[in-house]
Design a protein around this ligand. Structure first.
Ligand code: NAD
Length: 305
């Protein structure tokens, strides 16, 4: 049994930290949002009043925060992790953030004698609750091994992606592929219907053919085909447009830094921006399908609801 500090008890951090409690660890959790803290306390997390208190006696300290600026603040602020943690603790960031900020945290952690690993996750809130997330770890091999021993109760799979920031590199490239295949489903589903195909018959053909993808299996944007699709639910979010835009933006920034062209990712970012301008930031990202039809009508979508 270990003592684990946890900063960020939101949609992901709440259920993830609960799985550490279930595994027998003491989790000292902190969140600025009182509702998130209350939910975590009800699930067995020892909620404390500051980052410094969360770090007290911790063998490992996790961060699960929205963006790079939040993570950097939690590490570097007065009373933050670098000021409060024991040098024996392994520091693990599971947030999806930009590579440049994560590199800064790696460098500053090493300079100050800490061990730090970037460890973003895939699998969503359902994977967080079930303890089946895929973790992608970047850092020094010894630090990765140490981090993995604490991550195990939250994970379906743990990947050693490579050196510092390679976990994030994997996460960002993976999510870019997800949104590009989502756009393929947006256009393919509408073309199939316009050509007179029965949607169920076409979905089954694509499932057994080269059009198959994770998003085609999970997010197919036509009502009545797959239970998990937001098309059955007036495009209420299972993965919100603003979060999807953040992830594609991280890929575009990384591509710009690397000096490569990402035209498909640029296109999907433009379509997300259009939805955001129209006031649909909190709807499901598969709502881009409405742009296929010139009048923006879409089966399953009623903007009045
Ligand atoms: P969330 O907004 O539900 O949770 C973030 C929490 O951090 C909030 O409760 C917020 O109050 C807290 N917080 C912010 N600043 C803080 C600070 N300075 N000190 C303490 N607490 C602070 O977000 P989430 O859905 O849990 O996502 C967290 C990260 O995981 C994001 O980077 C997201 O992109 C990534 N992610 C999310 C999903 C998903 O399906 N939701 C899946 C994979 C990865």
């Amino acid at each position: 049994m270990a003592t684990i500090g946890w900063i960020g008890l939101g949609n992901m951090g709440g259920p993830m930290s609960t799985n550490l409690v279930k595994a027998g660890h003491v989790v000292r959790g902190f969140d600025l949002n009182p509702d998130a803290a209350t939910r975590a306390a009800a699930a067995g997390v020892t909620v404390v009043e500051s980052i410094a208190a969360a770090c007290e006696g911790a063998d490992a300290i996790f961060t699960m925060l929205p963006k790079g600026e939040h993570v950097l603040g939690v590490f570097g602020a007065p009373g933050g992790i670098w000021e409060s943690a024991s040098h024996n603790a392994i520091l693990i960031d599971s947030s999806t953030i930009d590579i440049a900020t994560s590199q800064k945290i790696h460098d500053a952690s090493i300079d100050q004698g800490f061990s730090f690993v970037d460890a973003p996750v895939s699998g969503g809130t359902s994977g967080a609750a079930a303890g089946t997330l895929a973790f992608m770890l970047g850092g020094a091999p010894g630090d990765i091994k140490k981090a993995a021993s604490f991550i195990e109760p939250m994970a379906g799979k743990i990947f050693e992606a490579g050196g510092p920031t390679m976990g994030l590199a994997a996460k960002i490239a993976n999510n870019m592929m997800l949104f590009i295949t989502m756009l393929a489903n947006s256009e393919g589903s509408q073309l199939a219907e316009q050509l007179g195909l029965d949607p169920q018959v076409f979905w089954e053909i694509a499932s057994a053919s080269s059009g198959r993808s994770w998003s085609q299996q999970t997010w197919y944007p036509v009502p009545g085909i797959i239970d998990s699709a937001a098309a059955n639910n007036n495009f209420n979010a299972s993965f919100a447009v603003d979060l999807a835009r953040k992830d594609v933006g991280l890929a575009l920034d990384a591509g710009r830094d690397a000096g490569i062209n990402l035209p498909a990712a640029t296109l999907i970012a433009e379509q997300f921006d259009r939805l955001i301008e129209e006031g649909y930031a909190d709807r499901d990202c598969t709502l881009v399908t409405k742009f296929v039809n010139p009048d923006e009508s879409l089966r399953g979508w009623n903007p009045e609801l």
